[in-house]
Write a protein that binds this ligand. Structure first.
Ligand code: ATP
Ligand code: MG
Length: 219
């Protein structure tokens, strides 16, 4: 397969943390991705509460977190629409924009285990390369349970970096990438803030500062 490799990394990023950043970095070099686009999901204003920061706040925090890394790029394609987007639609749009690139849709194994609940997930698997990263508390080995058995032969456990290039051919292909995943989640960070605990060193300093200046996630 020829072309630049672009990773698409979606999420709520409520807030973005070192678990996201480190996971993306490991996938970037293991799969030799040129760029990874971080795409926050839109959340309607009426859902905003002490637990869900506004789309703008989550966007601002992503921009701060990625500001010193040229390989990571924030993209506001979903929040700009001001309605809930489905991954399949975002991917189709990006495939048009990046028509001479190879697109990889990146997610953690916890998200992958729920893929059957996604809009047109069969179409998504059949047409896009998927990269599934390990995450503490979830087993990469369980990935095959998440999809119909016809995809079992399309799941590849990538143990060495060379295996990825050798295996890469055409979708459907689901690559399981074991990473040194950090045991950090946004939920945990939000709960720590509510309890008044320190969140230092769990996310970038400028994001931590933004959270406190804007009084996010407090009771
Ligand atoms: P929440 O607790 O609110 O669900 P989260 O930490 O799971 O937050 P999300 O925004 O839900 O973060 O995750 C976006 C994507 O990043 C998902 O595909 C998820 O699997 C992945 N991800 C998040 N944290 C990690 C981590 N520590 N290691 C590996 N992947 C992660
Ligand atoms: Mg999550």
């Amino acid at each position: 397969m020829k072309g630049k490799r672009i990773g698409i990394f979606g999420g709520t990023f409520n807030p973005i943390h070192f678990g996201h950043l480190r996971a993306a970095e490991e996938v970037r070099y293991k799969c030799q991705l040129e760029k990874i686009l971080f795409i926050p999901a839109y959340i309607p204003p009426h859902k905003n509460s002490s637990d869900i920061a506004s789309s703008k706040a989550r966007w601002d925090m992503i921009c701060l977190a990625l500001s010193n890394n040229d390989a990571f790029m924030p993209l506001d394609i979903e929040i700009k629409k001001e309605k809930i987007s489905y991954s399949i639609d975002t991917l189709k749009e990006l495939r048009n924009t990046y028509s001479d690139s190879i697109i990889f849709f990146i997610m953690g194994i916890d998200s992958f285990m729920e893929i059957k609940t996604w809009k047109n997930y069969i179409e998504l698997i059949e047409n896009y390369f998927l990269i599934v990263m390990s995450r503490p508390g979830f087993e990469l080995e369980n990935a095959k349970l998440a999809v119909p058995s016809k995809f079992s032969s399309k799941i590849f456990f990538i143990r060495k970096e060379e295996d990825f290039n050798r295996t890469l051919s055409a979708p459907p292909q689901i690559f399981l990438i074991p990473i040194k995943a950090l045991n950090i989640s946004s939920t945990e960070i939000r709960n720590m803030i509510k309890k008044g605990e320190s969140i230092k060193y769990l996310l970038p300093e400028n994001v931590e500062k933004y959270i406190f200046e804007n009084r996010l996630y407090q009771k």
